[in-house]
Design a protein around this ligand. Structure first.
Ligand SMILES: Cc1ncc(C[n+]2csc(CCOP(=O)(O)OP(=O)(O)O)c2C)c(N)n1
Ligand SMILES: [Mg+2]
Length: 834
């Protein structure tokens, strides 16, 4: 294999690609993929399992069956055992799939984390019951007392007389059900609901209503465990139909990167501790992957193309809990030996439709009946009988006991007095508190680790080079220095990142070309020497996985700094940013933190697909913080704040400004640490006649326009740099408008739907009585970014500022319009959609 001899030098440069190697004739060999190889009977396993464990497997399957049958009754009949309840939310049931969930959970400890899908009630209960079995009474009480200050425990302990383990089972059933019914005592305070419920103290991590949504998040969780040497494995439970999702492929590619086994240092070398488990029930909603919507035939085949070891892919009979236990046991050993990740195709079947409203028009009754005849709950119970471990009375007794437990949990969960909903109408409500965690945390704890640096900071070439630069960007004559002589935005970002690496041992940074290249724009140049491979690495060209893994890394308890190069690529990571990064803090009821900073840049010169300012997209999504600094002082201070925080921050940069030096802040960019509070705009040029509020690089064009306004028209413009977009404190801008009575808002984003339209409408509302003219938004044209040579036709430059001010805000005596921007012209464009 090319480069093999040089493994250990930890540099891609050492991975030599020689023509004599790669042009050689040959063929690719595949190995057989095991399919349902486990064939032992329960009786044959009596030597390997304690009989209580074998019996408990049946109990756990029966708990899930009864729990979901109850939900099915509620959805279809409006009651359970005659007690009525109208559950308006969803319930995607897994009736029939119980053996796969219980078999999987059997060997797992609470340090093993599972992620799931919209259909994960069974996995929550199976993993929870397994955890209850393994934890001591003391540990269980500590968890139940500690979680939400014991609020959920208070409900179940009332009237409880049994053992701690029995109490814990009640707790699990009630906490899950209260969550499904949207009650504040639920495991996520009712903010997750049926499709998203989870309980981290038992190792049950977020379940995801986006098909395939857990795939890259799980990879990030496994990455966190690997980098920070945390115990346990991660299992991603996703459906067979999610094999067609782009992010699932990106997750698989990210998870199987060679570098884990080649370039990472010895103590971190080895594959990710991850099992990508496809819960294969042969259906999407109405589409059938095998025979219709996919072409793999046997899902396990997918592993074959991903790595030479074929991801140790295997099809497992998920209708037999013992077969699943066997598979998890063997795969866990492989992972412990550094041979992960693993792909499993766990065959199962659900008798329930996609949801209780599913008319099942797409499948034949005969097929369902054939699976029901082999119902794993019944056949497994029969094998217990056959082995003489239980009597029929025992089995019947178990069923009626479980039924009682679930009825008890049901009655408590539907009662609004016992289980109220969170009050979201009050000021300071749960969602006000949990949309952001607003923490300030120097470092996240990892197992006793100090920050890992590859060299003393003082020896770093980039650090030495920056030390020679002026911290302020103007010379004595007030002339701007070039970036070769003063600290630029690039340097400011580098300093902030390097500082955090010296403070936070959990920090990881990655993205495309992040390591040797130093990031596509050289911002990280020097970091390669400063950091070991596992703290700074190149990812595949998998934007969804870059974002999704950062989500998993963050919610596991580490801080991640990822980069998407151009913000135009946000679409490739749409779900991960819009539905995952932004939402898990609040959907968890405040259980999770999301200390993830995502750097994206706004380009120019590269045409339509590399030059867009998409701040509006990210600002529109509740749960993200969004900043866009335009000066080195602000860039460092805001990145410091973002990297000290516990919330997801989308950090916009302008490629036009990477070499911009500090021309505003007296004393320049401090060499030491400081923060700039996210959400506060800043006056960059004081004035009294007109306010100009800018986002990003338009700041400098606004300043040029302000010079002309002053010199030619005697108009004193106050230029305010928004710096932050979400959150945003309007006070400074409103104060300015009270003084000037006029405001122009400018950015490089296309004008239609720009976040500045929101700013403008809010300012109209907040400062209505002080305005002499309506706030006016100046953006880029509502068309594609053309080639660099003609980009003046697109972005707002100095003359567009003056045109717009003259036409819509205040007449400039003698001014001659450069390009038409009058109201009829704007209306004409709008009519045309341009
Ligand atoms: C990205 C996305 N596309 C579509 C849906 C709608 N949807 C919900 S479940 C489902 C089918 C999922 O099938 P599979 O992954 O096999 O899981 P199963 O429902 O069989 O457990 C679809 C299409 C969704 N939730 N997310
Ligand atoms: Mg399916």
């Amino acid at each position: 294999m090319p480069g093999e001899a040089r493994i250990g030098e930890y540099m891609p440069k050492s991975l030599m690609i020689y023509p004599q190697d790669v042009r050689q004739a040959g063929q690719v060999e595949f190995k057989p993929i095991p399919v349902n190889q486990y064939q032992r009977t329960l009786s044959a396993e009596l030597d390997h399992f304690a009989s209580e464990d074998l019996i408990r497997i049946h109990r756990d399957m029966a708990v899930i069956r009864t729990f979901e049958t109850m939900l099915n009754d509620v959805k279809t009949k409006g009651n359970f055992h005659g007690v009525e309840y109208n559950h308006r939310g969803p319930a995607h049931l897994s009736i029939g799939q119980e053996a796969s969930a219980v078999g999987q959970a059997f060997l797992l400890g609470i340090e093993d984390h599972i992620f799931g899908s919209h259909r994960s009630h069974g996995e929550i209960l199976a993993k929870g019951l397994s955890a209850i079995e393994k934890l001591s009474d003391q540990a269980l009480m500590k968890i139940m007392e500690g979680f939400f200050g014991g609020a959920t425990l208070r409900v179940v302990e009332k009237g409880a007389t049994g053992s701690v383990k029995e109490l814990a089972v009640d707790y699990l059933l009630y906490g899950t059900l209260a969550e499904i019914f949207g009650r504040e005592a639920g495991f996520n305070k009712g903010m997750g609901g049926s499709m998203h419920a989870f309980f981290t103290p038992f190792g049950v991590y977020p379940n995801n209503a986006i098909v395939g949504g857990s795939s890259d998040i799980s990879v990030g969780a496994a990455l966190y465990k690997k980098i920070n040497k945390q115990p346990g494995i991660v299992i991603c439970n996703i459906g067979d139909a999610s094999a067609g999702c782009g992010p699932t492929w990106e997750a698989l590619c990210f998870a199987t990167m060679d570098q884990f086994k080649t370039l990472w240092d010895e103590s971190h070398r080895g594959g990710l501790p991850l099992i990508m488990n496809f819960v294969n029930n042969f259906y999407g909603m109405g589409g059938q992957p095998v025979g219709e919507t996919m072409g793999f035939g046997i899902l396990a085949r997918l592993g074959a193309g991903l790595t030479p070891d074929q991801m140790h892919a295997e099809r497992v009979d998920g209708y037999n809990p013992l077969a699943v236990i066997d598979a998890i046991s063997r795969k866990r050993d492989l992972i412990a030996a550094g041979d992960g990740p693993v792909l499993l195709d766990t065959v199962t079947y659900r008798f329930s439709g996609h949801s209780p409203s599913d008319a099942m028009s797409y499948r034949d009754k005969k097929e369902v009946e054939a699976w029901q005849q082999q119902d794993s709950l019944i056949t497994y119970g029969a094998s217990l009988l056959e082995a003489g471990l239980v009597s029929q009375d025992d089995l019947d007794g178990t069923h009626s006991h479980i039924d009682e437990l679930i009825f008890k949990a049901y009655k408590k969960a539907i009662d609004l007095d016992i289980s109220p909903r969170a009050d979201l109408y009050a000021i300071g409500s749960l969602l006000e508190q949990t949309m952001y965690s607003n923490g300030s945390v120097d470092k996240f704890e990892t197992t006793g680790a100090a920050p890992e640096l590859a060299q003393p900071i003082a020896e770093n070439a980039r650090v030495k080079q920056i030390a020679k630069l002026a911290r302020f960007g103007l010379d004595d004559a007030g002339k701007s220095l070039p970036a070769t002589r003063a600290v630029s935005i690039k340097d400011a970002i580098f300093e902030s990142v390097l500082h955090r690496f010296t403070v936070d041992p959990s920090l990881v940074a990655y993205g495309e070309e992040n390591r040797d290249w130093g990031g596509a724009f050289g911002v990280y140049r020097g970091l390669t020497e400063a950091l070991p491979y596992h703290r700074l690495f190149n990812s595949p060209i998998s934007e969804a996985a870059i974002a999704g893994t950062a989500v998993g890394y963050g919610l596991e308890g580490g801080r991640a700094l990822v980069e998407l190069m151009y913000c135009d690529f946000l679409g490739r990571a749409g779900d991960e940013i819009f539905n995952q990064l932004s939402k898990w803090q609040s959907m968890s009821g405040g259980v999770l933190k999301m200390p993830v900073v995502m750097r994206v840049s706004v380009g120019s010169k590269y045409g339509a697909q590399h030059s867009q300012d998409w701040t509006a997209l990210t600002a529109h999504i509740p749960g993200l913080k969004v900043v866009f600094p335009a000066t080195p002082y602000d860039a460092k201070g805001l990145l410091n704040a973002a990297l000290q925080g516990t919330d997801p921050v989308i950090y916009f940069e302008s490629q036009r400004l990477y070499n911009q030096v500090e021309v505003f802040h007296e004393g320049g960019v401090p060499a030491g640490y400081y923060e700039i509070e996210i959400g506060k705009p800043d006056i960059k040029r004081p004035g009294k006649d007109l306010t100009i509020l800018t986002i990003g690089a338009t700041l400098y064009r606004a300043l040029e326009a302000a010079e002309v306004l002053e010199a030619k028209y005697g108009i004193s413009a106050e230029v305010i740099d928004a710096r932050s977009i979400v959150p945003f404190d309007y006070s400074l801008v409103v104060e300015s408008v009270k003084k000037t009575g006029k405001i122009l808002l400018a950015s490089d984003a296309c004008e239609r739907g720009s976040i500045l339209q929101t700013f403008a409408s809010k300012i109209s509302q907040f400062a209505f009585n002080y305005l002499d003219a309506p706030p006016v938004v100046l953006g880029a044209r509502n068309w594609i970014t053309p080639a660099d040579e003609v980009e003046d036709s697109f972005f707002p430059f100095q003359s567009e500022f003056l045109d717009t001010i003259h036409e819509h805000i205040v007449r400039l005596p003698g001014y001659e319009i450069n390009r038409r921007t009058d109201t009829p012209e704007l209306m004409r464009r709008s009519e045309k959609g341009i």
